[in-house]
Design a protein. Structure first.
Length: 118
């Protein structure tokens, strides 16, 4: 699942995932929509932006971990501040990538996160 308010970023990430063989990609344009879809779809991993209108990514991490303890979360954000990265990991994110991402580093990080849970 991708939760990202920028349609350009969301579609680019979706294309990367589909090219890598991840065909069941769910997209949400904001945190509230993402949480609703997560309740319905039960994703294995959520790729999450931090800066979004309404509910920001940090709040989404907290809600996801409260309601779906086993879901893996990869934050994908333009923010490169170490304190922000540390806070995301403390809240329960399983990884952090700085934008812009490439297909290679995105897919590698997803595989790493999913492998750590098996």
């Amino acid at each position: 699942m991708i939760i990202e308010d920028s349609i350009f970023e969301r579609k680019a990430i979706s294309r990367y995932l589909k090219k890598a063989g991840y065909n069941d990609v769910i997209e949400a344009g904001n945190g509230e929509e993402g949480l609703k879809l997560a309740n319905l779809e039960k994703p294995d991993i959520v790729l999450l932006d931090l800066r979004m209108p309404g509910m920001d990514g940090m709040d989404v991490i907290g809600e996801l971990k409260k309601n779906h303890r086993d879901v893996k979360i990869l934050v994908v954000s333009i923010i490169r501040n170490k304190k922000v990265v540390d806070k995301c990991l403390e809240l329960g994110a399983d990884g952090y990538l700085s934008k812009p991402v490439t297909q290679e580093n995105l897919v590698e990080k997803i595989k790493e996160i999913l492998a750590s849970s098996s």
